[in-house]
Design a protein around this ligand. Structure first.
Ligand code: ZN
Length: 787
């Protein structure tokens, strides 16, 4: 036996040697791409989306500008009759040729998903509840059957938003665009496709329900058009086309507020199709989808030259389940790192303003390039970039809002962690960043639908005194041929108090916080092309490098160079006084948003966390104990629901929480908050896990509770909780096993006792392993299990 064993051992070591030799001859495996550098393209939408063509492979091949178009404002007599779009639907049912959600079986979706559609046409639900409310069909009648040579519409793709279309007459179609989800309107952006037109056929499109009273369409702006055939034949990409364009007051009343009898605005344009069997896309401006962003970031992160300066982190998950990214760009050398200035760029708070994304792309491409100025900026600055704040809105074709139906750029004062996660975490992140180093500049990128050129909104206490706040704006306009300083305004308007600009200006206490607006149109009646937007981004970086050179003189022995800030100030002093009137502001608060009460009703099932539910249940029972007051009771519950959803975060419970033990574990991955003493475990059983709350904590909490239930130790557990107010639960997890460790630290006789539980797999499908396995594992870990 022994000799055999020895023989075997020898032979295996020989084998090992052979294997080793073979292995050393094989070329080493390619180095894996670091995890942080990959972005999985996984765009989550509320409804199934079709893929779009690969728009904009290059940014150079555009139509030359066509000669100026005449804008004819048609002589339409605006009648005083109080007609709404619903009346129009009723009268034109038989002409309906397209409805966006026709193929969408909402019945198969969870009620939480359907919540987002609740007020798709919220205003209608009062008059006709069957129109579209929580999954009910919008129209009962079938579409007019289309033959193959008839015009067909589509908008079931990213950022698409055509809601329905009616054939008004031969070659005339009336279109209705979709409300921003969970709002009563905010309709301005449009994006849809048309197939089935004959070559040479001219069609008149009437978009019936625009929100804004004025538009650049009356100054020469044309719709953005992309013909798939034209692209295949001559490589033409997005261009501006269409004729006989006009924007005027519609005959239809806005349903909200109906009492004011305000009218919608209508866009009318004509387009002549050039090719047979073509598919032509029409949009308010060149679309830039969330997929476009992810693809762009992937190319950057796969580029060996660029990815050394660029890193990417998931800031948070949005309501729709998409990710909100934060990018960091800086030099990877450690030299002068502590002295680098902070710079923050944000884009796409407003999903229907794709210009912001192109400017942002210009910034990112420039900053990661081998341009010496970019290298200089990387050595002297750390850039924090939030490239798409409202990815849900972009995916679902919104113009202004996120899925929860509010304008994110009006939520910066007190963002809600659950309803506005990207704002909440971005604000937190920027504030943390400002503690780490001095922030020099913050720019929030937008698109403007009513003014030409590009310009900034800045912050200043006085619109009369030319102060330092204006310096960077003037410098930017000097290096950027597409920027117009005379359009810039510097104010702290009370109406815009909750914007990123004013809130960050107040809280960071820095001079240069700007909203950078790029026109949907262009300047001097010439359309901007995509490359112009990209160049705006490059120009912002150019101006920044001049300022950085100025502010870092003390490190670079260039003190004899003229002070550029001083130069700008002197120049500003020589400028004539202007009134800084912001004509045609693009950002007035919309009345289309739902009220807080309505919002609470919509989101109640989702954001209602267990703790708050228990709290309100406790309040209910308390009230019952006191006096039977059904009305007051209900009110207080609604009030607490409202508070729980609208407040910044549920801090109440945190305050009540007993202090954590000072004993800290060596490597805690997660710390689960100690449950409240009054938690009722039998209630907990009935509660489904909430979907919108901080997922890591809630999932752990849920698993932990399942464990308690499973173990059949509820009574023991209640007792345990009541006598051990201070305890720590730590979670450690590997690929297949999640282990919870409960450390007692207060009870004298239990001090140091460690309880642990291991769960197989991960996520919500956790299955408890059998008790014998548990025992094995406990023995293995050498801990005492709670008896
Ligand atoms: Zn905007």
């Amino acid at each position: 036996m022994n000799s055999n064993n020895n023989y075997n051992n020898d032979s295996s070591s020989e084998d090992d040697l052979q294997v080793y030799e073979t292995l050393t001859k094989i070329a080493p495996a390619n180095e894996l791409l670091p995890r942080k550098l990959t972005i999985d393209i996984d765009v989550k939408s509320l409804y199934p989306l079709k893929p779009l063509p690969q728009f904009c492979k290059t940014y150079t091949t555009f139509f030359e500008e066509s000669s100026q178009r005449e804008c004819l404002i048609p002589d339409i007599q605006v009648s005083d009759e109080n007609r709404t779009l619903l009346d129009y639907y009723e009268e034109n049912k038989q002409n309906l040729v397209y409805k966006r959600f026709d193929q969408l079986d909402l019945g198969k979706r969870t009620s939480n998903d359907r919540t987002y559609f609740a007020s798709l046409l919220a205003n209608f639900k009062r008059t006709q509840p069957r129109v579209f409310f929580r999954g009910e069909a919008l129209f009962d009648q079938k579409l007019t059957p289309c033959s193959s040579e008839q015009i067909q519409f589509d908008s079931n793709f990213e950022s698409g938003n055509l809601f329905c279309a009616f054939k008004k007459a031969e070659n005339i179609y009336d279109l209705v665009i979709q409300n921003d989800i969970n709002t009563r309107g905010n309709t301005q952006w449009f994006f849809f496709s048309v197939t089935g037109a004959q070559a040479g056929q001219t069609i008149q499109f009437n978009i019936l329900n625009h929100l804004k009273t004025g538009s650049l369409f009356n100054e020469g702006l044309q719709p953005a058009v992309y013909s798939v055939k034209e692209n295949q034949l001559v490589g033409t990409e997005w261009c501006r086309d269409g004729f006989n364009i006009s924007y005027f007051k519609s005959i239809f009343m806005k349903e909200y507020p109906l009492s004011l009898k305000k009218k919608y605005y209508q866009l009318r344009f004509h387009y002549t199709f050039k090719h047979e069997g073509d598919k032509v896309y029409f949009a308010h401006s060149y679309p830039y989808t969330y997929t476009n962003l992810l693809e762009f970031l992937n190319t950057q992160l796969e580029d060996q030259e660029r990815n050394q300066y660029l890193s990417r982190k998931v800031l948070c998950t949005t309501l729709g389940g998409n990710t909100c990214e934060v990018l960091t760009i800086t030099s990877n050398s450690l030299q002068k790192r502590a002295f680098r200035k902070g710079v923050v760029f944000l884009a796409r708070q407003h999903p229907g303003e794709p210009q912001g994304s192109y400017v942002m792309q210009g910034i990112i491409e420039f900053l990661t390039s081998n341009n010496p100025q970019a290298e200089y900026l990387r050595q002297n600055c750390i850039f924090k970039i939030f490239p798409m704040m409202n990815s849900d809105g972009v995916v679902n074709g919104n113009y202004r809002c996120g899925l929860e139906g509010s304008d994110l750029n009006r939520r910066w004062k007190k963002p809600n962690k659950y309803l506005h996660p990207s704002v909440y975490y971005a604000k937190k992140y920027v504030k943390g960043f400002s503690k780490e180093r001095q922030i020099l500049l913050v720019v929030d990128l937008h698109g403007h639908s009513r003014k030409q050129s590009s310009f900034v909104y800045g912050c200043a206490y006085s619109s009369q005194v030319k102060t330092i706040e204006r310096v960077f704006a003037l410098l930017m306009s000097k290096v950027n041929p597409f920027m117009d300083y005379s359009s810039c305004t510097f104010r702290v308007e009370s109406a815009k108090d909750k914007t990123a600009r004013i809130q960050l200006w107040r809280e960071l206490k820095i001079n240069w916080v700007y909203t950078y607006e790029c026109s949907f149109y262009g300047q001097q009646k010439k359309h901007y092309q995509i490359k112009d937007y990209l160049n705006c981004g490059v120009s912002i970086c150019n101006a920044l490098s001049q300022i950085v050179k100025d502010t870092t003189k003390e490190f670079t022995n260039q003190a004899n160079q003229p002070d550029i800030q001083q130069q700008m100030l002197e120049e500003l002093g020589k400028m004539p006084q202007t009134d800084d009137q912001d004509i045609g502001s693009d950002s007035s608060q919309s009345e289309a948003e739902l009220s807080d009460d309505e919002l609470v009703q919509l989101f109640q099932p989702k954001t209602y966390s267990i703790k708050q539910k228990n709290l309100s249940k406790q309040q209910e029972t308390n009230n019952k104990k006191k006096i039977q007051q059904p009305n007051g009771n209900q009110k207080s519950t609604i009030a607490s629901q409202k508070a729980s959803i609208l407040q910044e975060s549920p801090t109440k419970n945190q305050e009540q929480r007993p202090p954590m033990s000072s004993q800290k574990p060596k490597n805690p991955l997660y710390r689960i908050q100690a449950p409240q003493r009054n938690r009722q475990l039998d209630q907990v059983k009935q509660v489904e896990p909430p979907l919108m709350v901080d997922k890591s904590v809630q999932t752990d909490d849920w698993i932990y509770r399942q464990w308690l239930i499973q173990m059949g130790k509820l009574k023991k557990q209640q007792e345990f909780q009541s006598i051990t107010p201070t305890r720590n639960i730590y979670k450690s997890s590997s690929q297949s096993v999640t282990r919870f460790i409960v450390k007692n630290s207060t009870l004298k006789n239990d001090r140091g006792r460690v309880d642990s539980i291991s769960l197989m797999a991960s996520g919500l499908q956790n299955k408890l392993i059998s008790s014998s396995q548990q025992r094995q594992m406990m023995r293995y870990s050498g801990s005492n299990f709670m008896s």
